[in-house]
Design a protein around this ligand. Structure first.
Ligand code: PLP
Length: 439
């Protein structure tokens, strides 16, 4: 490690823990009250615009994906109370959770079974709309059901969409793009699971495999795409569109909480816990929720001990200028959706004034949490997704935060939401293998 980085390791205890491959819980000292948050990289009107775009596409989505009939073409997941899991965490991890524990089940989102069905699908739809509008084939006032017609399949078929992925992003981009008629190329990193590659190929997606990590797959994908004027690259490292697709979750969550008569206000704090890879999904969701609940919501990310890139980027302030490898961390984790070595610079800067903190979690605990959730709630989620409980199993870290914010007397009124980010597409044999891991 170079001496400039060694300085951070020596002076910031959480960075020292991270470099030493120990679990840690970093509280964001740069978080400020809502009134002082001056985010200039994205703005709230853009979320509304994204929400309206998804509504325009709803008739088309309903037409081409039978599983969206029930919701009229809106891709959304259930918000479910999991009191059995709360007991499990309090008993097995001394979590001391007060209030209500809920699961936001993006693990069961229609079409691609992960949180990427928010950002990934949104970005493909936005690109398709841009192309069709520009070609004069579509007006915003049209019923978008026409996009299922052959002339659009033919039109989109002249265009290529490419993306680098550890798996789930490729699934969302791949499935949606192929449905619209695009040629799709997904550049998969070494961490990607075989079944995800197989599934994509079965839908007509070209999958290129790399022996290297996520950044290398993205790099190659970008290069490939830039060389082809008919190709569009979904850039997970910088994309505003992905981010905005995720941020629509805020409005949707508000409606669900209201429907279930769950209060969020000064006396009823909301805590949201989201697994983090490159940062786009948790960052976008956080930004969307913060627009709605401001200082009454407290958002935490969780990363694997071996892929804690956002923690390193934010705690050092170096953002995407550092990777886990710079700190001697290998980047290998069973949590394939989180196996990212360098954070998005864009996301780190957007969430800097509003993120509460970041916890890290050892891989073996993911499996224990997975079994706990299945046992108590009969819900299966994938390893990456189980990181959503990573902060809750660290009572000393949570207590530090609660004390810092003066929230202890309000915690009995709190609602905790673990954001389950993936799982329902995992094949049966893989589930069985996961459930035996770390025993
Ligand atoms: C991608 C992913 C995440 C994290 O999203 P990022 O945008 O990479 O931070 C979390 N969980 C699962 C299951 C994912 O696939």
């Amino acid at each position: 490690m170079n001496s400039a980085l060694q300085k951070y390791v020596d002076s910031i205890p959480e960075v020292g823990d991270a470099a030493g491959l120990r679990e840690t819980f970093w509280l964001n000292g740069k978080m400020v009250p809502e009134a002082e948050q001056n985010v200039t990289l994205v703005w709230p009107e853009q979320i509304e615009d994204a929400g309206r775009r998804l509504e325009r596409f709803a008739p088309y989505l309903e037409e081409v994906f039978p599983e969206l009939k029930e919701t009229g073409g809106i891709i959304e997941s259930e918000l479910r109370e999991i009191s059995g899991m709360k007991d499990f965490l309090n008993t097995n991890y001394s979590s001391g959770i007060e209030g209500r524990l809920m699961l936001k089940m993006d693990s069961h989102l229609p079409i691609s079974g992960s949180v990427k069905a928010r950002g990934g699908i949104y970005e493909v739809l936005k690109h398709a709309e841009d192309l069709a509008l520009e070609a004069g084939m579509l007006k915003e006032t049209d019923n978008y059901r026409i996009l299922a017609e052959d002339r659009f399949l033919e039109f989109f078929g002249k265009h290529t969409v490419q993306v680098g992925s550890t798996g789930n992003l490729g699934m969302s981009i791949g499935i949606m793009s192929a449905k619209l008629g695009f040629r799709v190329i997904v550049h998969m990193s070494a961490d990607a699971k075989q079944w995800k590659k197989d599934l994509l190929r079965s839908r007509g997606v070209e999958v290129i495999e790399y022996a290297d990590d996520y950044c290398a797959a993205v790099e190659q994908g970008r290069k490939n795409s830039d060389g082809d004027p008919m190709s569009y690259f979904v850039d997970d490292e910088n994309s505003r569109n992905l981010f905005l697709g995720y941020s629509v979750a805020g409005e949707r969550l508000k409606a669900q909480l209201e429907q279930q008569n769950i209060l969020v206000d000064e006396e009823h704090p909301l805590f949201v816990y989201i697994p983090c890879g490159i940062g786009g999904a948790p960052g976008g969701v956080t930004y969307g929720i913060k627009q709605i609940y401001g200082d009454h919501v407290h958002c935490f990310f969780t990363e694997p001990v071996h892929a804690c890139c956002m923690l390193l980027g934010m705690a050092t302030g170096l953002q995407d200028q550092v990777s886990v490898k710079d700190f001697g961390i290998d980047g290998h984790t069973d949590a394939d959706g989180l196996a990212v070595g360098r954070p998005s610079a864009f996301v780190g800067r957007v969430v800097e004034p509003m993120l509460s903190g970041i916890a890290t979690i050892e891989d073996r605990k993911l499996y224990d949490l997975m079994r706990g959730l299945l046992d108590k709630e009969d819900i299966f989620i994938e390893p990456s997704s189980c990181a959503s409980f990573g902060a809750l199993i660290r009572p000393e870290g949570m207590k530090r935060y609660i004390d810092k914010m003066g929230l202890s007397h309000k915690m009995k009124n709190a609602t905790h939401i673990a954001w389950a980010t993936g799982g329902n597409m995992v094949p049966e044999e893989t589930r069985k293998a996961y459930l035996k891991m770390g025993l």
